[in-house]
Design a protein around this ligand. Structure first.
Ligand code: 16G
Ligand code: MG
Length: 543
């Protein structure tokens, strides 16, 4: 490696002084103008990872649901999965190296990871619609090329589409064709095949309004629409032609404000959904005849999907172990419904898709969803093979297996995918003849509240038991326990955010008033015991 050349090239992508960067829950994320050096260096790192694994690596330029002025980057591992944890550490080290030290840090990573420099490297790149994404993508390309790597830049893609491309390229086309046409074709074919089985009862005109957060999801859904429009019509709202990305719209806005996005007119009982800025999250909702807003979040999506899969499996007559993976944010009612009514085992992991994904891989069929709408279902190789065999039968069993085969194809198993999840949900609703209200009525969410608390150093808070218990600072968990005891059907936990400099507090209880009051009391305990800064938390603030 020409260390001098790397050093010279790094100087053209200088690190802004006095800042530290961290490869967080979903990569680096911050104001776009601070990211150029990170992009170049992630290009370098992706090339190294590709040389090491002898596989295609992905680089996605996006800051998801964050404001338009922000941007971010994450690397995608060979099977379309999130970057391995040891490489996250390398990413953090490389991002923080002084310009003159970049080459040295690269050499060190290569030694630690036994990377052979002469090995080929291939990196695929995707970006969202942020104005800053194009130039930042260029810096990634320069980074890859600086280590002699080859790349293919797909330009605008949703995050899950990039994961899909990486997986296709590394599995010899078995997962699908590594093109947008391949992606649309795979999903649309499975969707059309699956919905053929729906008994054409009444609801001829299946339609859904989709708030695309003014993001890349709008462009891709529009491109794909003609392929499924004979069965499903989508009306795109916040499609990026006017509004600002993620501003007063998108899945994150709808979930956290529990209200419809700007620009969406909802008729009573009309089915609507929202994507986030890079289309890897989805939530559904509707307004009832009294004008009350009903949110159907990731938990209820997981319930719909897992109950459908359980029914299909029963018809197929195969015993596969199926599990649902949630986080501490899952509404208590959803967990109880899954365990007690559906008799499905539920597991809780730390927040962040990679943790849920990892856990879900332990099952024959693992359904994972965060309450905020990130999620998908994973099927083991053994399940896929068995189902393919059974699908050849001409009887009832074979028919159910054929449907399951389509469901397996319809899920983007590389990552949660708003487009894929939407098609799965629409297919299930059509097949079961369910309205959005009937789906919503499966169980009632416990009232809940989330607030943020500012502290001097959020790392003072450490947690265990999938973030449900605080280990430090001393006394905090005991204080939470005492507060929780004051309310009915209550639960609360605190955790340092992985994406923002705040501590997050979650509380649920039998009424909204109780949930609000518990969240407030817990935030006071955090403020006092974990070094709160600024004004003391007040009831109704910090949401
Ligand atoms: C990131 C994660 C998301 C998680 C959120 C939590 C991915 C792709 N995204 O957006 O899963 O829910 O962070 O944010 O993993 P927080 O740590 O600030 O609460
Ligand atoms: Mg996202």
């Amino acid at each position: 490696m020409d260390l001098d050349a790397i050093t010279k090239h790094s100087a053209l992508h200088a690190k802004p002084p006095g800042l530290t960067f961290h490869y967080g829950t979903a990569g680096f994320r911050m104001k776009a103008e601070l990211l150029d050096h990170i992009m170049f260096r992630m290009g370098l790192l992706a090339a190294l990872r590709s040389k090491q694994t002898n596989a295609t690596i992905g680089v996605m330029v996006t800051a998801s649901h964050n404001p338009e002025e922000d941007n971010g980057v994450k690397l995608v591992d060979p099977l379309g999965e999130m970057l391995a944890p040891t490489w996250e550490e390398h990413a953090t080290r490389l991002a923080n190296a002084e310009d003159g030290d970049v080459a040295r840090v690269l050499v060190d990573i290569m030694e630690k990871e036994a990377v052979e420099l002469p090995q080929d490297a291939f990196v695929v790149i995707g970006r969202d619609t942020r104005p800053s994404s194009e130039n930042l993508g260029q810096s990634v390309r320069e980074g890859v090329a600086a280590l002699g790597g080859q790349f293919h830049d797909y330009g605008l893609l949703t995050t899950p589409q990039l994961h899909y491309m990486v997986c296709c390229r590394n599995t010899g086309g078995r997962y699908g064709k590594a093109t947008l046409d391949g992606y649309y074709h795979k999903l649309a074919a499975a969707f059309l095949e699956l919905t053929k089985q729906a008994s054409c009862s009444g609801d001829e005109n299946v339609s859904v309004k989709v708030d695309c957060a003014n993001g890349v999801g709008a462009l891709k859904l529009k491109e794909m629409e003609p392929r499924f429009s004979p069965v499903l019509s989508v009306q795109l709202i916040n499609d990026g032609t006017k509004g600002k990305l993620n501003h007063l719209c998108g899945a994150d806005f709808v979930k956290s404000h529990q209200k419809p996005p700007q620009g969406l007119e909802m008729k009573p009982n009309e089915r609507c959904c929202s994507f986030d800025g890079d289309a890897d999250r989805i939530v559904y909702y509707y307004c009832d005849v009294n004008g009350a807003f009903h949110l159907i979040d990731g938990d209820k999506i997981a319930v719909l999907i897992s109950s459908f899969l359980k029914e299909l499996l029963l018809e197929v007559g195969e015993i596969f172990n199926i599990g649902v993976v949630q986080t501490a944010y899952a509404n208590g009612s959803s967990t109880r419904y899954l365990e007690e009514v559906m008799k499905v085992p539920v597991h809780c992991t730390k927040t962040g898709v990679k943790h849920l994904h990892h856990k879900a891989q332990e099952f024959d069929i693992g359904v994972y969803f965060e309450a905020n709408g990130h999620g998908t279902a994973l099927f083991s190789k053994a399940v896929e093979v068995k189902i393919k065999q059974l699908a050849k039968l001409e009887d009832k069993k074979g028919k159910a297996a054929k449907m399951l085969e389509n469901v397996i194809d319809l899920f983007n198993q590389t990552a949660g995918d708003a487009i894929s999840d939407m098609l799965v949900i629409e297919a299930i609703l059509a097949l079961k003849g369910l309205t959005v209200q009937q789906w919503d009525a499966l169980y009632s969410d416990l009232p809940n509240r989330q607030v943020k608390v500012k502290v001097a150093d959020r790392r003072l808070i450490s947690t265990t038991d999938a973030e449900r218990q605080a280990v430090t600072p001393p006394g905090l968990q005991a204080a939470i326990n005492n507060l929780v005891r004051k309310y009915r059907l209550s639960r609360a936990f605190v955790r340092p955010s992985g994406t923002e400099d705040v501590v997050r507090v979650y509380a649920e209880a039998d009424s909204q008033e109780s949930a609000d009051s518990l969240a407030h009391e817990v935030s006071l305990a955090v403020f006092e015991l974990a070094g709160g800064i600024g004004e003391r938390p007040q009831l109704g603030f910090g949401r």
